[in-house]
Write a protein that binds this ligand. Structure first.
Ligand code: MN3
Length: 249
């Protein structure tokens, strides 16, 4: 890898930090630590200096019946893998575009880096935000996260309604997210279109639900609301709590 590519990768990582994913890369920086300490293993191979598809933290069928095995397999192995490939390719193309001095090409590939990079981070957080129902998945949060949810939403049920309503009503493809807004220090729910549009700069993503049709269509067809309701049964609140506690320090 030449120096330009290194600079571009650093710039891309900086750009993603700006859209609220800086926390995720804290996990990448601690890759040398024991595996169980790597609480956000974003797929990054430091030796090859490229992004890689992280392994799912459970079997493809572990989230049945809420999320079916075939959807999980295709979503992880094809869609998420596609964002990883797209990100690596876009970064290489961006370096070439900059070297060529063509500003419109630089803009084009910057958009691709933003889209695929966000896709990679979003999906990593999505997998980690789930666990088998009754075995780490479902229920309600506790500790500081529960207190913050009570403070900022008026209780878990009101949060749950807001989160599901946001996810259900995304126009087209996108995500519903629970985020920490660092200026006010409050939690809020936001919609994201595609992989990154509408995201407020600086917000730190804590829990996301993918509402692209590829996330649910095989099992739920057009019934997005049923998929969103089912997702509530597999939320890994332990993971979200650890993430939140690290964010608020
Ligand atoms: Mn997806």
């Amino acid at each position: 890898m030449n120096q330009n590519e290194q600079v571009d990768r650093r710039a891309a990582m900086g750009a993603m930090a700006l859209i609220g994913s800086g926390l995720a890369f804290a996990g990448a920086a601690s890759a040398g630590q024991p595996e169980n300490d790597s609480f956000l293993p974003i797929g990054w191979d430091a030796e090859a200096s490229e992004y890689v598809l992280p392994k799912l933290p459970y079997a493809f069928d572990a989230l049945e019946p809420h999320l079916d095995a075939q959807t999980m397999q295709i979503h992880h192995g094809k869609h998420h893998a596609g964002y990883v490939r797209g990100l690596n390719a876009a970064l290489a193309a961006l370096a070439e575009a900059r070297a060529s001095g063509d500003a419109s090409l630089v803009q084009y590939w910057s958009r691709k880096v933003s889209f695929h990079g966000s896709g990679h981070v979003n999906h990593t957080l999505f997998w980690l935000g789930m666990a088998p129902a009754g075995k780490g998945g479902g229920g309600q949060p506790s500790g500081p996260l529960a207190e913050a949810i009570n403070r900022d939403f008026g209780g878990f049920d009101k949060f749950s309604w807001q989160f599901q309503a946001a996810a259900r009503s995304v126009e087209g493809s996108g995500w519903g997210w629970l985020v920490h807004e660092p200026i006010s220090g409050r939690l809020t729910v936001v919609q994201v279109e595609n992989q990154q549009k509408l995201l407020m700069t600086g917000c730190v993503p804590l829990l996301g639900i993918d509402v692209w049709e590829h996330a649910y269509y095989l099992k739920y067809q057009n019934r997005r609301a049923d998929y969103v309701a089912a997702f509530m049964n597999v939320i890994n609140w332990g993971h979200v709590q650890r993430l939140y506690e690290r964010v608020i320090g």
